[in-house]
Design a protein around this ligand. Sequence first.
Ligand code: SAM
Length: 200
Amino acid sequence: MSTDPWDQRFAGPDYVYGQAPNALVAEMARHLPANAQVLLPGDGEGRNAVHLAAAGHHVLSVDRSAVGLEKARRLAAMRKLSIRTEQADLATWAWPRQSFDAVFAIFLHLPSAIRARVHAGMVDCLKPGGLLVLEAFRPEQLALSSGGPKDMDLLYSAAALRDDFSGLRRVLVQEVETVLDEGPLHQGRAALVRVVARKD
Ligand SMILES: C[S@@+](CC[C@H](N)C(=O)[O-])C[C@H]1O[C@@H](n2cnc3c(N)ncnc32)[C@H](O)[C@@H]1O
């Protein structure tokens, strides 16, 4: 049995964040060009990759959890879709340069020691014109019980994200309060921050 906490979280048969895509992913998917090359860092059990593959895009999910990626491939196979997966720690991953039309980073919460470096990798790997979509919990989530890390260092402020993505043309950096309904582990009122940005 793996000692990785994410492998342990994904060990059961349920998809802990559901099988349906995140709402922001579903909305922003409409802005992708046909047959886009899409990277999903920290994709977990693959709900978002499978949604994008179903829309005809070429997706690569990179995650440190072998168990999550196995479930992602299973979800794709159930729908007769194909997705590429790679098990890696994003802190040390060799980000391909200018290779993707879009990056979707959804609830990928990284420690502050590596966050900016990983976000720089996301910027680098976008082609000119490429789209970055990020959604994460912000510090106010500590008072709520709908999921997310209970460690302040892993929560993202709008200010930090503005800095990390200052090299992109920001369409939106928005703090939102919403109600999550994403599988058993994301349920209820939530304090989120969203980034939608484009590379010039
Ligand atoms: C809260 S889950 C979100 C999964 C997916 N994005 C979703 O919304 O359903 C966070 C994911 O980030 C992955 N992750 C966290 N730190 C990582 C790292 N340093 N490198 C690769 N993956 C990481 C975990 O394994 C987990 O699958």
